[in-house]
Write a protein that binds this ligand. Sequence first.
Ligand SMILES: Cc1cc2nc3c(=O)[nH]c(=O)nc-3n(C[C@H](O)[C@H](O)[C@H](O)COP(=O)(O)OP(=O)(O)OC[C@H]3O[C@@H](n4cnc5c(N)ncnc54)[C@H](O)[C@@H]3O)c2cc1C
Length: 343
Amino acid sequence: MKVAVVGAGVVGLAASAALLDGGADVVCLDRTGPMAERSTGSSRIFRLAHGSAELVALARDARAGWARWSEAAGRPLIRDVGCVVSGAPVLAWTACMRKAGAPYRMVGTADADLGLPVRRGPDVALLDTTGGVIDAEGTGAHLTRRAGAALRTSLVYLLEERGSGARVHTPDGPVDADAVLIAAGAGTSPLAAPVGLYTPTALAHHVRFTFATTHPGPLRGWIDQSPGRIATYQHMAGPGRWTVGGLLDHAGIAWEAGRAAAVDASREAVVGYVRERLDGVDPTVLDELYCTTMAELGDGFHIRRRGPFTAVYGDNLFKFAPLLGDLLARAVTEGTEDEVDYV
Ligand SMILES: Cc1cc2nc3c(=O)[nH]c(=O)nc-3n(C[C@H](O)[C@H](O)[C@H](O)COP(=O)(O)OP(=O)(O)OC[C@H]3O[C@@H](n4cnc5c(N)ncnc54)[C@H](O)[C@@H]3O)c2cc1C
């Protein structure tokens, strides 16, 4: 079976690797090159903790996939430092961890060391002991090696149904395939809509800022949604580097606000947070990582199929990548359901 995968972000690469393992003839096309858009950067948070027991169970399956990938890569692709969740989601997410039978502990100010660079820690927080920090660059290098000769740098500008298969149109000429997986991140909707697959179109801006820290580490990952402050996610992005993403309210990061204004609003909010809340983190921005996100999609992922075409979308996909690769390879080669939502 010949499969064309559009997109060589972590999702398209994971699916390409799983399809190649299953014996498919794969071509993976990306307009820029591997890991160039939403998958770029050094690190991501891995966590079991989610707002539904189903997602906790899926993340546990994904963690087993990360162990397999780490073994194949010859080095750990996740640093098992744990992930702390504080503020609004604690009660509900703890209930979901319990329901899914996932390991966790409650922690708080009574703990001598929370493993966070914080002035005054949260009174009560959920510690996801399986959580950690994903080596995103190492993951990209590993998957790019696995995809090997299947990778091709080329824009895909149109998909077309042809007989029982599909034609993928690129400026270098057409590619014919039995099936097409659209894993093109922000480019998914313009390709999927003309072949009859609806995926969300609304985008928002997102930026993550990196600061110097004097903490020697290891520090835990942290999702902080404490009252009276902006919601953030944070983790160690390398030795002496602490990275913080702010989850601003929609007006601040709305597409119509424009990239420059959204970056300015995010920087102001995150730097203010670092000054007020963190300890041992210098509030001078060393680095910023911009990307588009799907507006207000949250966790979870969605697979859509029609004829030879399969599309995937979601907003926090890195942590699920090994599982997603397997699920998408199965959906493309033997799937029968047209719509599956993992939420
Ligand atoms: C700053 C930041 C922090 C994040 N933190 C986390 C986190 O802690 N945990 C987590 O799980 N997730 C996190 N995420 C989200 C996660 O990184 C993304 O959901 C994931 O990387 C998306 O991968 P993807 O392969 O779907 O998309 P992408 O990486 O965007 O890949 C899509 C690819 O398709 C290509 N493409 C698009 N259109 C076309 C076309 N027409 N023709 C050819 N190629 C095309 C693009 O060039 C791109 O390479 C974060 C994202 C960012 C940016």
